[in-house]
Design a protein around this ligand. Structure first.
Ligand SMILES: [Ca+2]
Ligand SMILES: [Ca+2]
Ligand SMILES: [Ca+2]
Length: 296
């Protein structure tokens, strides 16, 4: 992907939108798969630590519990915010401190789209996600979890129904800085013309991130254990419109390169030092196509 092209940070959705009537259309999911499958995947216990994050100026994003009283989200969810509320399993937790990564400069391609939020009281009924602190090696499937807008690959994002969805995709692309930012394309089951990275065949529950998924979790399962490996940051487009339809690209920051910063603020996040990589095939494929997007 051409780093010079614009992308759409997944700026949140005004909470006012939550009150608007929502259709039953499912979201940035395959048009030939049931929405119920994506909803069920999100409700897997492995992803229980992902909750809704609404900042003080009323925009909706997502976040993941990484310690009983700390959540990890996107830095751009914290811009100009004085506080935020994290909701998990119907319980709202107020913030006491917002910490955007000091390296964040508004450019998702450069990474650093990470923010930490300290909660006023600990979450006692959900186990925090375990951080994956090694650098991800392509190609591997990952699961993206968030509360963003919904629609299909044919329509792009259309509605916000405040439900947690998850989709799978193969992490097989980057934006020129793979140690920090990785991505995956939304492959179209009806044509290979939308393929940008790797295989043109979508996974069964393939999808794309959309507005409001910002700060949500990117999970990988290694040796039967599931880890939080990334934070959802942006959607980029090959078709000039970053609307999360087929062909658009999900981008996320790797936790590994900001792990020291996380550890400097969060006393005891659950992490792993598992060494990996030898078993993975290094098939890093980059798009030769220019991608254009827009800020949402
Ligand atoms: Ca894909
Ligand atoms: Ca592909
Ligand atoms: Ca598009």
């Amino acid at each position: 992907m051409n780093p010079g092209k614009k992308l759409a940070a997944l700026w949140g959705i005004p909470t006012l939108a939550l009150a608007l009537p929502c259709s039953t259309q499912s979201a940035t999911i395959r048009d030939d798969q049931p929405d119920s499958s994506y909803l069920a995947l999100a409700n897997d216990s492995e992803f229980a630590a992902v909750g809704l994050f609404v900042n003080s100026w009323g925009f909706t994003g997502s976040a993941t519990l990484i310690a009983p009283d700390w959540i990890l989200t996107a830095a751009h969810n914290l811009v100009a915010a004085s506080s935020g509320t994290f909701t998990l399993n119907g319980v709202a937790y107020a913030s006491t401190q917002l910490i955007g990564n000091p390296g964040w400069n508004g450019d998702g391609f450069n990474g650093y789209d990470f923010g930490l939020v300290h909660l006023s009281s600990p979450v006692t009924n959900v186990t925090p996600a375990t951080l994956y602190t090694e650098s991800l090696q392509p190609v591997l499937p990952a699961t993206f979890v968030g509360f963003g807008l919904t629609g299909t690959g044919l329509t792009g994002y259309k509605t916000l129904d405040n439900l947690k969805r998850a989709f799978n995709n193969e992490v097989d692309g980057d934006f020129g800085n793979p140690a920090r930012v990785l991505g995956c394309d939304f492959d179209n089951p009806h044509t290979n013309a939308d393929n940008s990275f790797g295989s043109a065949t979508p996974l069964t529950l393939e999808g794309c991130v959309a507005n409001g998924d910002s700060g949500g979790g990117v999970f990988v399962t290694i040796n039967s254990r599931t880890y939080l490996a990334g934070v959802i940051s942006f959607v980029a487009a090959t078709d000039g419109s970053a609307n999360a339809d087929y062909g658009d690209v999900s981008g996320f920051g790797q936790i590994s390169f900001v792990a020291p910063w996380i550890n400097s603020h969060v006393p005891e996040p659950s992490t792993t030092a598992l060494l990996i990589g030898l078993g993975w095939v290094l098939q890093w494929q980059r798009s030769r196509r220019n991608h254009a997007g827009r800020r949402a």
